[in-house]
Ligand binder design. Structure first.
Ligand code: AMP
Ligand code: ZN
Length: 473
């Protein structure tokens, strides 16, 4: 097998990927907090994770991809209360998060991101969270205070290295202070909440420490362990999750299970920016996929196919910041159309038997280039360049088509569809309908004349069992 190199945030360098179990890879991706539509910055994070999984599979690995749904946290609770003030807190949370989870899967589908193999919800993993919190208390890495449970950082730091992932300067930390919020600054690092005592009017579950709800970090520790066991291979998320979320996840799993290295590779995508600032809900500078798809933008611009956004993301390495502009999206739309047209031009062969696998000899040079780029920490800009070189080469169409479709297993741009779906102009469709009517009326002369007319306009009409079909000549 070819070497796959991945940048590991933990070692701050590229490392060869060596799976725990030969031939298999377990990947955990921090999924969405379903309190609103995902913005396209969030979606960049999932395009990155999908690309990773695709590359692992392209290399012949069996991948198990887990993505959780964060359906209980500060934000989902606040949103559900506001949206459904008349419902009980549990029912409101369920209704609210189900709605945004559904939109989320729709977004992924539009971006050609397959559903991960496992998609656990936090609210359905409460027993495992309670068990892990209990284990942490038993080992004295956590303590209860007023119905909440906190992680004891000082105790942890005696045995493990807190701050190893986020590269924290522990001397600047305040100590002995507790924090209940899920998100906080590096300077505020202190004992964080594993379990939060119930507040009036909020969803709550029974626990040995009274009714309450989990902290965000324990959710991911419990769900990843449940689905993948410990240690597992790869954990992904955006760079903003490195601290405190991933640092705390690492600490909980390590201390709770006596496991120095619960995750072998931590991978983080850089941010999508707008006007050079992180796209985020809190800054209000965000767009959703629906915004991109809207036919008429406020300035009259045409909406785009979501795959143009995927294509745009692939043009920037996942570890580089990417500044989003409408101009760059327009350019990606044109670029993708061009690519689809190039594939379409090869399509007479689409239905033909494709050479199996990737071994068509003349294509090997391009295959190797593409794979080397993909395996070099998912260098998709270089992989796309290899795909372009292939398309420009003098290789016979049939092999070219097979190879580009093979590359598309990684790119995920639905290029096979591009070949199948020819855009037939309305005028041609109308002529075909007229011919069909003539045929039905057994008016053969008119039917033949119309077929000739359609031909002269560059299209071929064929009669099949199910009616007729049209294609460009
Ligand atoms: P959330 O739903 O807020 O938990 O975020 C989902 C994912 O999106 C996480 O992996 C975040 O790190 C990631 N993320 C949030 N904002 C951005 C952004 N502007 N660019 C790229 N990834 C982001
Ligand atoms: Zn997470």
């Amino acid at each position: 097998m070819d070497k796959i190199k991945l940048y590991n945030s933990l070692s701050r360098g590229k490392e060869e990927f060596i799976p725990i179990k030969a031939g298999e890879a377990g990947i955990y991706t921090c999924g969405p907090t379903v309190y609103d539509f995902a913005h396209i910055g969030n979606l960049r994070a999932y395009i990155f994770a999908d690309t990773l999984v695709r590359v692992l599979k392209f290399n012949g690995l069996k991948a198990k991809w887990v993505m959780n749904i964060t359906d209980v946290d500060d934000k989902t609770i606040a949103g559900s209360k506001k949206k459904f003030p008349d419902l009980g807190p549990m029912e409101a949370l369920k209704r609210y998060t189900e709605m945004y989870e559904k939109y989320f899967w729709e977004d992924l589908e539009r971006l050609n991101i397959p559903r991960p193999d496992r998609t656990p919800r936090a609210t359905e993993t409460i027993p495992e969270m309670l068990e892990l919190v209990g284990a942490l208390i038993e080992k004295s890495f956590a303590y209860e205070k007023d119905g909440s449970v906190y992680f004891n950082i000082k105790k942890y730091a005696e045995k493990y290295s807190y701050g190893q992932l986020a590269d924290l300067d522990l001397s600047r930390m305040k100590s002995g202070v507790r924090v209940s919020a899920d998100e906080y600054e590096k300077e505020d690092v202190n004992d964080f909440a594993l379990w939060k005592a119930a507040k009036e009017g909020e969803p709550a579950w029974d626990s040995p420490w009274g009714r309450g709800r989990p902290g965000w970090h324990i959710e991911c520790s419990a769900m990843s362990e449940k689905e993948l066991g410990l240690p597992f291979d790869i954990h992904t998320g955006g760079v903003d999750l490195k601290f405190p979320h991933h640092e705390d996840e690492l600490a909980q799993s390590a201390a709770g299970r006596d496991c120095q290295k619960p995750v072998n590779y931590w991978m983080h995508n850089e941010h999508l920016l707008v006007d050079n600032k992180k796209m985020s809900k809190s800054l209000g500078n965000f767009y959703t996929l629906r915004d991109l798809e809207e036919k008429a933008m406020p300035d009259g611009r045409q909406g785009v196919n979501p795959l143009a956004f995927r294509f745009l993301c692939l043009q920037t390495h996942y570890r580089s910041k990417m500044n989003f502009t409408w101009e760059s999206l327009e350019a990606a739309k044109k670029g993708l159309n061009h690519l689809r047209n190039q594939v379409r031009a090869l399509t007479p062969h689409l239905e033909a038997e494709l050479p199996s696998g990737s071994s068509a000899s003349k294509c090997r040079e391009f295959e190797e280039k593409f794979l080397a780029a993909a395996n070099d920490d998912l260098n998709m800009p270089r992989a796309l360049a290899a795909a372009q070189e292939l398309l420009k080469s003098g290789i016979p169409s049939e092999e070219k088509l097979a190879t580009i479709l093979h590359f598309d297993e990684v790119l995920g741009l639905n290029l096979a569809e591009a070949g199948k779906q020819e855009e037939i102009p309305e005028e041609i469709k109308a002529l075909a309908e007229k011919r069909e009517a003539a045929r039905q009326a057994k008016n053969w002369a008119e039917s033949d004349a119309l077929r000739e007319k359609i031909r002269s306009l560059g299209y071929e009409i064929e009669d099949t069992d199910k009616g007729y079909s049209l294609r460009k000549k």
